[in-house]
Design a protein around this ligand. Sequence first.
Ligand code: SAM
Length: 210
Amino acid sequence: MSADKSTSWSYTEGLPAEDDVLLRARERSYELGVTPVSQGVGAALTVLTAASKAQTVVEIGSGAGVSGVCLLRGLGRQAVLTTIDVDVEHLRAAREAYLESGSPANRTRTISGRAADVLPRLTDGAYDLVFIDADKPSFPVYVDQAMRLLKRGGMLIVNDALDKDRVANPASRDETTNVLRRVGKTVREHEDFVSALIPTGDGLLLGVKR
Ligand SMILES: C[S@@+](CC[C@H](N)C(=O)[O-])C[C@H]1O[C@@H](n2cnc3c(N)ncnc32)[C@H](O)[C@@H]1O
């Protein structure tokens, strides 16, 4: 990356001005040892959910609620966020962030459990948007499930798709990086999806189901 590109990346990541709700949720994330989405990714999530006019959203990896608040802020008043996390402490912190953001409790459905066990219980073709941000080795399973869950016109968003710049580096051959390369290829080459990979945060892979 040229010095200018890296400066532009830092500039865009620093642009979104986050309010106290998001700053507190970030603080709780760090206290719990959770890595929240970057500011740039948070802003992109809000814009993408608003643009997609999503009514039904699934999030895999609630953390302490930073991404959930960003998703909720892009959603319409009737929309519902279903968010899954294996850790009950993280879910408790996430619920606190949603409440602080002013979102009514009936707009969020928090599900505690391993995503690989929970996702198969969700209905086929019932969701407008699926956001994946947990447990990278299982991304291929989650992407498969997302493809099943999405309606036509629905959007898939995969966080950390560039795996801290390792995906683009042919010398990086570790298993997680290879998993992310495979996930990118699967979405790019899937005949039912149009896709784009954008370098915001650690990379956001976007796919829309035709
Ligand atoms: C990177 S953090 C999510 C951060 C969150 N999206 C945010 O921006 O605030 C990943 C979360 O996934 C959860 N997690 C890890 N493995 C999981 C699994 N197998 N199923 C469901 N959640 C899992 C962790 O407990 C953690 O809260």
